[in-house]
Design a protein around this ligand. Structure first.
Ligand code: UDX
Length: 436
């Protein structure tokens, strides 16, 4: 993919979204500077050490650094001086009541304003509450030099961890919230090499689209998880129900996979933030609250399933496969796997774990569990095997060997990875989600 017009871009915040955005913009031909205030992170990035595991990201960064299209810096000043388009991709962590903490965005807006000496387009990429654009605008206006002109835009990112680069390069849509023709033209030029329908809106609508999308997807998962409970109680099969439901084009088959609950840093955090925004705007979002509640209940329901399979948990060895919140990532933030392990530990279980990528990050968060070199080592002599993350390699386990290694042939599957009839044939006592 080649860009016809090369733009000078700064991306402030070199976390998940910032790094992927910066690397992809460089790949399509733009001149990019990725900025972060964490000096150690920047020093590592300069040496080619990428702080997260994301398929394809490391080679993409290294390639574009070599081509001199991508550089790293800890100086916002350097970024502002050398770019026309400035993307803000800093973190918006949750506060106690779920409300997003926007202080990093305010700090960046103030700093950018101070160094602006010509026209700049300041684009918000992090997921933020409606009207954050107004706050950024008034902050910049307050701190900028008199002559410096600027526009504000909102360009939310929809990438998923684990497939971030392909999501960025092949988006379903590119949402661009702008208030001026100039801003619209710059963003159209930046995204021109990427094939994907652009939708232009005002800034507030773009901000809302991001919250609406994430909560709708979370709602789909909670909906199917609610149905899984009905399946368990009635004897229906959730896989078939999901298939039949998803074949209706108006509903769609994606995000209808029953599980032990959704996790990750986006859905739980963004949903809590969205609930908070609605309440501040004077609206009580019952549907969003139910989505979050069903998800919490699903994790408890999964724990009850393990208890039912094992009878007594205290003192038993449980092998848990999977730590990340989904496959192809080492991200364990708000992972249901970690949640379940904590619940099981509280019940007195001895836990042995394995995850293909997330062991290092888990070690920093979770002590008192046995970190094993592979799945079979974790399973050896366990009273029960729990599948918590649907890494494809777990689906390819040698089940006869698993059966030989387990002390009791009990498997509780939070991701519906195996065929219940086959598991029964192999002699397992197998339980999964909504396929009782
Ligand atoms: C999500 C959105 O998909 C993305 O558009 C947004 O930019 C960020 O948030 P991500 O958090 O990377 O992306 O993960 P996603 O693939 O959406 O999965 C979220 C969680 O839902 C995972 O824990 C996953 O296991 C779970 N899930 C997903 C289900 O339980 N069932 C499904 O059918 C789909």
């Amino acid at each position: 993919m080649k860009s016809t017009t090369k733009e000078k871009i700064a991306v402030i915040g070199s976390g998940y979204v910032g790094l992927v955005t910066g690397a992809c913009f460089a790949e399509i031909g733009h001149q990019v500077i990725c900025i972060d205030n964490n000096e150690e992170k920047v020093a590592n990035l300069k040496q080619g050490k990428i702080p997260i595991y994301e398929p394809g990201l490391s080679p993409l960064i290294l390639k574009n650094v070599k081509r001199k299209r991508l550089i790293f810096s800890d100086s916002v000043k350097e970024g502002v001086k050398n770019s026309k388009a400035i993307f803000i991709a800093v973190g918006t962590p949750p506060r106690a009541k779920g409300e997003a903490d926007l202080s990093a965005i305010e700090d960046v807006a103030e700093e950018v304003a101070k160094y602006m000496d010509s026209y700049k387009l300041i684009i918000q990429k992090s997921t933020v509450p409606i009207a954050t654009g107004d706050w950024v605008e008034s902050t910049v206006r307050m701190f900028k030099k008199k002559h410096a002109k600027f526009d504000i835009a909102s360009n939310p990112e929809f990438l998923r961890e684990g497939s971030a680069i392909s999501d960025f390069m092949n988006p379903d849509r590119i949402v661009i919230g702008v208030e001026t023709k100039r801003a619209r033209e710059i963003l159209s030029r930046i995204y021109k090499p990427i094939k994907g329908k652009m939708i232009f809106t005002d800034v507030k609508s773009a901000e809302l689209i991001k919250h609406a999308s994430n909560s709708f997807l979370a709602m789909k998962i909670s909906f199917i998880n609610s149905l899984s409970r009905i399946c368990d109680a009635s004897g229906a099969n959730i896989d078939k129900v999901s298939q039949g439901l998803g074949m209706d084009k108006r509903i769609g088959k994606d995000f209808l996979k029953a599980s032990l609950g959704y996790g990750g840093f986006c859905f739980p955090k963004d949903l809590a933030a969205f609930i908070n925004i609605c309440e501040r705007l004077g609206y009580n979002p019952e549907l969003l609250k139910a989505t979050a509640k069903v998800n919490e209940q699903q994790k408890e329901f999964f724990l009850r399933k393990i208890k039912k399979a094992l009878w007594n948990i205290s003192g038993k060895k449980i092998a848990v496969l999977g730590l990340s919140f989904k496959p192809n990532t080492d991200d364990i933030r708000l992972s249901p796997a970690i949640n379940i392990i904590r619940m099981l530990k509280r019940e007195g279980a001895k836990i042995a774990v394995f995850d293909p990528k997330a062991m290092e990050k888990a070690r920093q968060e979770l002590s008192g569990v046995d970190y094993c070199d592979n799945a079979y080592e974790a399973i050896k002599d366990a009273d029960c095997l729990v599948l918590a993350t649907d890494w494809p390699q777990f689906g390819r386990l040698d089940l006869k060997r698993v059966k030989r290694l387990l002390k009791r042939p009990i498997v509780v599957d939070g991701r519906n990875m195996f065929d219940p009839a086959n598991m029964e044939k192999l002699g397992f006592r197998y339980s999964s989600i909504g396929r009782s």
